[in-house]
Ligand binder design. Structure first.
Ligand SMILES: Nc1ncnc2c1ncn2[C@@H]1O[C@H](COP(=O)(O)OP(=O)(O)OP(=O)(O)O)[C@@H](O)[C@H]1O
Ligand SMILES: [Mg+2]
Length: 365
């Protein structure tokens, strides 16, 4: 187990900044996810932790030691890529044993560690199979095995489930998390898939354009996004955003949405007083005939356990997660109600959430 700390880590390719002064700490034993859209700098960050890429500036600390310029082999970190390269002419046993052979360990010890690794990954029965005959998921396990067998201080994984189909990804997600809980090695896991991130992470760092926007546990990221980008990137269907006006004076706890008044958590006097963005997740919108905010049902998507209604209001289009028993048809007029505690307001200019400006809540500035 090891703590990884990135201090003002910066990487530019010519004049393009791929990673922009990133600061973050991955605590020993944590399952930490780097999440963000394609091109946001996840792989580059991971490669700098591994020592495969030299930062332009900044420091990589591993258990309090500056390893910024240390060769990868000296870092005791194992790396699992999306397109992992197994040796096709070797069987499973020899593939897993490979890193230990190159370290020159005695063969009895290699045998013991390979068998232990195969047991953990439940691939003991495949040890003598040629790689070419394995299914995708089993190859993935062998690739993991080659990382595990080294007993490294940390694992870095770059979209290791990227090529698998959905059902298998879900299974492997659970297995990886379970494996992590048994071994407890610090893990940094890169993905652009928010569902994977939320399901697996102890903490998530959301990246966008080389910048880390928020680092928090999944529930905090989900319920208290600090910016519009994080709010819209996390959650499926995504958070709804409506135009609203907050010109109601200091300590106000009401805003105007589509000509009606909506209760929101009280705003601090520093909050912008005019146009705001009103954010609410689909599961936090209720159909309520008595509600002031009205809309017309534009779409109904029946999903078995629930249905997703799309409703057009004067302030914008909104998705509502309704019970599967709710009776709503396309064209119906409906009322929409919210619990103020579940509303997040954003400044449309800075795109920052105004939670930090709310009265009576812990600061998130
Ligand atoms: N060697 C390089 N030379 C020039 N630009 C690079 C190099 N490596 C990465 N980049 C650029 O840096 C940015 C970040 O790349 P990176 O691979 O870290 O993104 P990512 O978040 O891993 O994306 P993806 O989800 O697509 O894998 C991209 O715009 C990429 O084109
Ligand atoms: Mg990448």
């Amino acid at each position: 187990m090891a703590e990884i700390r990135l201090e003002r880590l910066h990487k530019a390719f010519a004049d393009f900044v791929a990673v922009d002064d990133v600061n973050l700490t991955v605590e020993a034993g944590q399952f930490f996810v780097l999440l963000g859209p394609s091109g946001c700098g996840k792989t580059t960050t991971l490669r700098m932790i591994a020592g495969l890429e030299l930062p332009t500036s900044g420091t990589v600390w591993l258990d309090g030691h500056d390893v910024t310029t240390l060769r990868p082999a000296k870092r005791d970190i194992a790396f699992v890529f999306q397109l992992f390269a197994l040796y096709p002419h070797m069987n499973v046993r020899r593939n897993i044993a490979y890193p230990l052979r190159s370290q020159g360990l005695p063969s009895a010890e290699i045998r013991r560690r390979v068998e232990e690794t195969a047991r953990i990954l439940r691939i003991e029965h495949l040890l003598d199979q040629p790689i070419g005959r394995l299914a995708g998921g089993d190859r993935q396990r062998v690739a993991l095995g080659r990382a595990l067998v080294r007993h490294p201080k940390c694992f870095l994984m770059d979209e290791p489930l990227g090529t698998l189909d959905t059902a298998f990804r879900e299974l492997m997600c659970e297995e990886l998390r379970d494996l992590h809980d048994r071994l407890g090695a610090t893990t940094v896991y890169v993905t652009h898939d928010q569902i994977e991130a939320i399901a697996m992470a102890d903490r998530i760092a959301v990246m966008h354009k080389g910048v880390v926007l928020q680092v928090d546990p999944p529930a905090e990221i989900y319920h208290r996004p600090r910016s519009l980008f994080v709010a819209q990137f996390i959650g499926s269907p995504a958070m709804n955003f409506l135009d609203c006006e907050g010109r109601l004076g200091r300590g106000a706890d009401q805003v105007r949405v589509a000509g009606t008044t909506a209760q929101v958590p009280a705003l601090h006097e520093d909050a912008p007083q005019d146009r705001l963005v009103f954010g609410v997740r689909p599961e936090h919108v209720r159909l309520d005939d008595a509600a002031g905010l009205r809309g017309r049902v534009y779409g109904v998507e029946y999903m078995g356990s629930r249905q997703i209604l799309t409703v057009d209001t004067e302030a914008g289009r909104l998705r509502v997660r309704a019970a599967n028993t709710a009776r709503a048809e396309i064209g119906d007029q409906v009322g929409l109600a919210f619990d103020p505690a579940n509303v997040v307001l954003f400044d449309p200019h800075s795109e920052a959430a105004l939670q930090s400006a709310l009265i009576g809540r812990a600061g998130h500035g």
